[in-house]
Design a binder for this molecule. Sequence first.
Ligand code: ADP
Ligand code: MG
Length: 467
Amino acid sequence: MSLKTDEEGWVTQTPTEQSELLEPAHDVQVTLADPRADPNSPLYSVKTFQELGLHSQLQEGLVAMGFTRPSKIQEKALPMLLRDPPMNFIGQSQSGTGKTAAFVLTMLSRIDVEKQTTQAICIAPSRELARQIMSVVTAMSKFTKVTTEFAIKDDNGPSASSRINAHLIVGTPGTMAFYLNKRIINKNTIKVFVLDEADTMIATDGLGDHTNRVKTALGPQGDPLEPRYQIILFSATFNDKVRAFADKFAPNANKIELKKEEVSVAGIKQFFLDCESVKDKYDKLVMLYNILTVGQSIIFCQHRHEADTIAQRMIAEGHKVAALHGAKDGPERDRIIDRFREGHEKVLITTNVIARGIDILQVNMVVNYDLPLMSERDKNRFNPNNDKPDLETYIHRIGRTGRFGRRGISINFVHDKKSHDLMEYLSREMGREILPIPTQGKSEEEIEEYVKNLLKKDTTVGEAKQA
Ligand code: ADP
Ligand code: MG
């Protein structure tokens, strides 16, 4: 099937028409833990969802979602994931390439609907992401009898004495661990344990502790050739340190890995805007407002209170924006993200809480109002004199745009030597250019016009360089 692209080579299909992904030309590196598995077998190199032998009801679900063909990660991972006996799996592929479908189809394929007990669990780092994964589960299982339940913090959630028998449960690790430890969920019938955003799930303080509690509650996997349950890890990023953790967490796994230079999405064009001061950053953000609302935008900043302050000021000045962060309560967070998804607000000002996983196709611009720092991720290791940029979070943040081959740009606000140096480090580590938006001697209108053109027309490196 040929790919519909516009004159600049961008995929132009709507989500329901879309059939193919603009994928990097290079191949992913595949490691098979089981030497008997033959990478040349027909099952291994499947080309359509039909050839995967998925349940017909699941195929119907995929058709209803407009998924006509698998993406590369789906095509490569599903045969390994669906094999019997099950094997652990560690999968890496760039943001927006369809990892969710790979693990959701695996969970759904392994559920026996005749047995009304929990058979698959999936954990993710935020309630927003857990809810999004559930919406994918719901869509894909539309023609099945699979039942689902959340394990996310909820004031009206189950008491310690209640029972949940849903086939598939999606949640956050703290609540999932609680449900398992209180026997609200029956751990003995669980066949699949999925970690989305697995690198942060196993290696970030706090999250990692909860995730380990979930695994401990599930108990040992048993015979590696016939494990009691399958462990599946997915993320766009696994740095070298995390890889070692992942191997321990999911031993003897089949793997799909990316090379370091392949991790960030080439289609997301990255820029920076020189600001004179912290105050100037705010002024520049307001200046860009008209552009931020051409599609939808997500503005990432460092602190919760900063997200609130910026949002309040912008609202007071008559702009329509929303702020989302972890200090708000669950129902309010749900309302804010749902409204943003539906397009009621075009600009969402937030923190790292939604840096990962969130899939909103209309988001065509990400602004790093502040660049992410390691000290925010690992609060216990805070060292003001030796803070480093958080490369993984940066890659995930910009990955909120440019999903499944779509166009997207990111703009970093830099205002002093330190932020410049941080950005250069990120650029070097990714092996990608971050280009300046020319401001010298330019009026606000000219800058606005320039960025508008980046969004609208060609965002190739060549053009930006000449400007
Ligand atoms: P990832 O988890 O890899 O970042 P997602 O699973 O969120 O990416 O998928 C990104 C987007 O691509 C979603 O909107 C999803 O609906 C879409 N998508 C995934 N797989 C397919 C497919 N095979 N065909 C069409 N669209 C797809
Ligand atoms: Mg994802």
